[in-house]
Design a protein around this ligand. Structure first.
Ligand code: 5GP
Length: 115
């Protein structure tokens, strides 16, 4: 069994977070340490520790996360200017919270992806 993280508490509304969207499959909330004017995390309500743990059963769930991200980008008014979706996996990517999450980042020119 994977260990719960702080994100499980956010999903259950046990600790405060600026939740911008929630349904039975996913929760989206503003990052506590935003790297751009819009920085929102989209997470599955089900605990999946890393992208390595995603299975074929999660196909719909992951697709739903992307659709939710695109809808939120529109709400934030950055769908046309552009944004970046990032999922970090393990140490070299700097994953800090072991409950998969998609960063939705935008609202400024983000420059090159690496370096
Ligand atoms: P990672 O590096 O794992 O891809 O990203 C984890 C993200 O979660 C970081 O951007 C960090 O600022 C954010 N984060 C960590 N703890 C909390 C929290 O308690 N609340 C919110 N809203 N964001 C958090």
């Amino acid at each position: 069994m994977a260990e719960e993280t702080i994100f499980s508490k956010i999903i259950r509304h046990e600790i405060p977070a600026d939740i911008v969207f929630q349904d039975d499959k996913v929760t989206a909330f503003r990052d506590i340490s935003p790297q751009a004017p819009t920085h929102i995390l989209i997470i599955p309500n089900k605990l999946i520790p890393t992208v390595n743990h995603v299975t074929e059963q999660d196909e719909q769930l992951l697709g739903h996360m992307v659709i939710v991200a695109a809808n939120i980008a529109k709400q934030e008014g950055i769908d046309e200017s552009g944004y970046r979706l990032i999922m970090n996996c393990n140490k070299d990517a700097g994953q800090e919270v072991f409950h998969i999450h998609m960063h939705l980042i935008g609202g400024k020119n983000l420059g090159r992806l690496i370096g």
